[in-house]
Design a protein around this ligand. Structure first.
Ligand SMILES: NC(=O)c1ccc[n+]([C@@H]2O[C@H](COP(=O)([O-])OP(=O)(O)OC[C@H]3O[C@@H](n4cnc5c(N)ncnc54)[C@H](OP(=O)(O)O)[C@@H]3O)[C@@H](O)[C@H]2O)c1
Length: 190
C-alpha cells in the first residue's frame, strides 16, 4: 500500500517541483525566465524529444495545485491540456475550463476519496504552501525535484517552514543536457 493510502491498483501521489540551486521555486516578481533552458550546458546529460515528453505527460491522470499556482498558470498560458486538474482553493471561483474543478476541504478526503477512486497517477504540482500541507499529512508517495542550474538569491522557498525531519529514499537521478537535474525520492514507508 502506498503512503497516500493507495490500493493494490497502484495509486500514487507524486509531488513535482522545480527548484533553484538555493532552494527557491519562484521569484518575488513571479517571473519564470530562470526556468529557461541554458542550452547545451552539460553534454554528458540526456536529452528527451518532444514525443517522449508528450508520451510521459499522457501517463499523468490528474494534476493537483494550490489556488496561487493556478492563478499563475492561467497568467502564463495553460500548460496542462485537457488532463483533469483539481485546484485546492478556499474561495468561490468559477472554473475557467471544463478540465478544471475546484476543491475546498480536507486534503486526506481529497486524495483518499475524491481523487483516489478515479485516478492512479496523481501529480501535485505546487505551490510551496499546498505541497507542505500534503507532506505534513503524509499524502505524498514520491518527490520529483528538478534542480535548475541557477541561484536566485531570494523568492518563495520550497516547502516553506515547518516540516519534521524524515529520510526519503533516492530512487533515480537524471542529469539533462540543459544542466537541469531531476531527483526522484520515494517516501519512507512507500
Ligand atoms: N517552481 C515550481 O516548480 C513551482 C510549482 C508550482 C508553483 N510555483 C510558484 O509558486 C507560487 C505559488 O505557491 P504558493 O505556495 O504561494 O501557493 P499555492 O500552494 O499554489 O496555493 C496556496 C493557496 O491554496 C489555497 N488553499 C486552500 N486550501 C488549502 C490548504 N488546505 N492548504 C494550502 N493551501 C490551500 C489557499 O488560498 P485561498 O484560500 O485563497 O484559495 C492558499 O493560499 C507561484 O509563484 C507559482 O508560480 C512554482
Amino acid at each position: 500500500m502506498s503512503r497516500s493510502g493507495g490500493n493494490a491498483k497502484g495509486r500514487s501521489v507524486t509531488l513535482h517541483m522545480v527548484s533553484s540551486l538555493d532552494g527557491f521555486i519562484a521569484k518575488n516578481d513571479n517571473s519564470v525566465s530562470w526556468m529557461d533552458s541554458p542550452g547545451n550546458a552539460y553534454p554528458a546529460g540526456v536529452s528527451i524529444s518532444e514525443e517522449e515528453v508528450a508520451a510521459f505527460l499522457k501517463s499523468i491522470d490528474c494534476y493537483v495545485m494550490g489556488s496561487r499556482t493556478y492563478e499563475h498558470a492561467l497568467e502564463l498560458g495553460w500548460a496542462y491540456g485537457d488532463t483533469p486538474v483539481v485546484v485546492v482553493i478556499g474561495r468561490e471561483w468559477p472554473p475557467a475550463r471544463t478540465s478544471v474543478e475546484f476543491y475546498s476541504g480536507d486534503l486526506k478526503t481529497l486524495v483518499g476519496v475524491k481523487l483516489g477512486l478515479r485516478y492512479r497517477n496523481i501529480w501535485l504540482v505546487g505551490g510551496a504552501l499546498l505541497s507542505q500541507r500534503f507532506l505534513e499529512l503524509g499524502l505524498v508517495d514520491e518527490i520529483k525535484l528538478t534542480i535548475a542550474p541557477v541561484l536566485l538569491g531570494d523568492g518563495l522557498r520550497l516547502f516553506g517552514g515547518s516540516l519534521s525531519e524524515e529520510r526519503w529514499n533516492l530512487k533515480n537521478v537524471v542529469a539533462y543536457r540543459n544542466g537541469f537535474v531531476e531527483l526522484s525520492y520515494t517516501a519512507p514507508s512507500a
